[in-house]
Design a protein around this ligand. Structure first.
Ligand SMILES: [Ca+2]
Ligand SMILES: [Ca+2]
Length: 216
């Protein structure tokens, strides 16, 4: 009786797992890289070796460094049309303390906090804006900033709100904007597939155990 009860419980559990896996947890957001927006404003660069276009050059370790911008260093991005954004990936400066591209990873000029303002216009701080704040460790990190519900605006402003180090030539090595189309149909997630396999194994094991063993 105890065995059959246990078998029943396991079967119910296995069926529940199968149903859960087939129904599928909502698909993990499929992030798609957006084309880099235009840069339509920024704090002036330290010099011609550290210009703001380095945030989109797809080369490792190349930085945009501001000329002493410190807290308040900013970049204004323009997608040209309202664009649905669900993630912004920021990489802090990687070549502080060395030549641009060196990857010197110095302790100066590091961003510890920033703010992203999504706007319909180049007026930031007015009612149409959506503001997302983020923090990052002092040196050389890459910070993904998720906007779970997404935000659709034409412009994005990046503002530095916290810094580390005594130098103020803060900036960034890289930005990547991503989107997850809101109408993507859910599919069985990888977690769901793993649950399905576990459930099938459980069913198989307990079906075999249920068979009468050899007599004699
Ligand atoms: Ca770069
Ligand atoms: Ca605005």
């Amino acid at each position: 009786m105890r065995v059959s009860l246990r078998l029943m419980v396991v079967r119910i559990l296995a069926m529940a797992l199968v149903v859960a896996s087939l129904w599928g947890a909502p698909a993990r957001a499929q992030f798609v890289d957006l084309p880099d927006p235009a840069i339509v404003g920024s704090t002036p660069p330290f010099d011609a070796n550290w210009v703001v276009s380095f945030v989109f050059d797809s080369a490792p370790n190349t930085d945009y460094a501001s000329l002493g911008g410190g807290v308040g260093t900013f970049i204004n991005f323009d997608f040209g049309v309202p664009t649905y954004v669900t993630r912004v990936i920021f990489t802090d400066r990687l070549s502080s303390g060395g030549a641009n591209g060196s990857g010197a990873m110095g302790a100066e000029d590091n961003v510890t906090a920033f703010m992203l303002t999504f706007s319909n216009d180049l007026v930031f701080g007015d009612p149409d804006d959506v503001v997302v704040s983020a923090t990052s460790p002092p040196c050389c990190d890459t910070v993904p900033v998720d906007i779970p519900s997404g935000v659709k605006r034409r412009y994005v402003r990046w503002d530095v709100t916290g810094i580390a180090g005594s130098s103020n030539n803060d900036g960034a090595s890289d930005f990547l904007f991503q989107t997850a189309p809101p109408n993507t149909a859910p599919t069985a997630s990888s977690v769901g597939l793993i649950m399905l396999v576990v459930a099938l194994i459980a069913v198989a094991v307990f079906t075999l155990r249920r068979r009468p063993g050899p007599t004699g």
